[in-house]
Design a protein around this ligand. Structure first.
Ligand SMILES: Cc1cc2nc3c(=O)[nH]c(=O)nc-3n(C[C@H](O)[C@H](O)[C@H](O)COP(=O)(O)O)c2cc1C
Length: 304
């Protein structure tokens, strides 16, 4: 019997639907046992988000400051495979997930265990995945695959559509803004990843040290976002440090600091993101080799 653990957290239920679609083929197999571990913060993050509540957690998300979690004893101590799903908050793994990965429970479960990461986000996940990789190395886990599903409206529109969803709770709150979130079609088609896992587990000597998702289009790298993410993350780090120094999360001082920050962030989104995208487009033919290398790096281990 193969033991698989599915670990995750989801606010709107989107990531749960994605992992359910992936895990479905495993559930109908008699040789596979699937356990779930839902990450639950002691103080729930409320959805829809209030504007200040959304931004006030930026510093702690970026610096991955753990929040207290409800602790559930794991059913087994060792699994053959862990499917770890997470969403991105401010170019970093969401706070519940980064907190879990730094916990003793996680370190015990992940030690010497193959891991498949599943990301459901707006579209900017490269830096978050680098941070997850580092946390997995610290926990002595082996990342064998990465599956990423992003919002259907694309990188540009999602800058507006996803925050509107987060603040109103509605995926389509304005008629002229495309629907936010991962498409139903992409979620349904994610079952192909589960089929691939079953196929690997049913082989005579299943090798869980090598990628399973090669050739299945598990990730798609948008090279235009590589530099935007680097610049964005650097600015989150600088502002994050400053905001934490100004005052704790619920202080008036943090709120005032955030007002300055909103202005800066707005300017960053409407200038740096399109400008870097344009620069990348212009120089892409000159630096095609370097860009291809970057794409290949970020697409690992599953490949595009
Ligand atoms: C506080 C916050 C920050 C977010 N930042 C990002 C981000 O930097 N990049 C991104 O692609 N998506 C970002 N998102 C979107 C989420 O990754 C995710 O798509 C959305 O929250 C739905 O996930 P759920 O399964 O938890 O409901 C953010 C969402 C929240 C709530």
């Amino acid at each position: 019997m193969r033991k698989i653990l599915v670990v995750g957290y989801s606010q709107t239920g989107q990531l749960t639907r994605i992992t359910d679609s992936i895990v479905e083929p495993l559930l109908s197999n008699d040789n596979i046992e699937v356990d779930y571990h839902c990450i639950e913060p002691k103080n729930a993050f409320s959805f829809p988000w209030n504007f200040f509540n959304f931004f006030k957690i930026m510093p702690e998300s970026v610096y991955m400051k753990p929040v207290p979690l409800v602790s559930y004893p794991p059913i087994h101590k060792q699994y053959d495979l862990i499917i770890l799903s997470y969403q991105v908050w401010f170019l970093s793994p969401s706070l519940p997930v980064s907190s879990f990965l730094q916990s003793d429970d996680a370190k015990m479960l992940l030690n010497n265990t193959p891991v498949i990461t599943v990301v459901g986000c707006r579209g900017m996940w490269l830096t978050a995945q680098e941070k997850i990789k580092a946390l997995l190395v610290q926990a002595n886990a082996k990342l064998i695959d990465n599956i990423v599903l992003t919002d259907e409206c694309g990188a540009g529109f999602s800058f507006l559509a996803t925050p509107l969803w987060m603040f109103t709770g509605k995926k389509k709150s304005l008629s002229w803004v495309p629907k936010a979130g991962v498409s139903d079609e992409d979620i349904i088609n994610a079952s192909r990843f589960g089929n691939a896992i079953v196929e690997r587990l049913e082989s005579i000597e299943p090798d869980l040290t090598q990628p399973i998702m090669k050739g299945l289009k598990a990730v798609k790298i948008n090279e235009k976002l590589v530099f935007s993410e680097k610049i964005g993350h650097r600015s989150f780090k600088v502002w994050g440090k400053l905001l934490m120094l100004i005052g704790p999360q619920d202080s008036i001082r943090r709120k005032l600091g955030l007002c300055f920050y909103f202005t800066f962030l707005f300017i960053l989104i409407v200038t740096v993101v399109p400008i870097t995208a344009l620069i990348i487009k212009l120089i892409s033919s000159v630096f095609s080799k370097q860009i291809a290398k970057q794409k290949q790096y970020y697409a690992q281990p599953s490949g595009e």
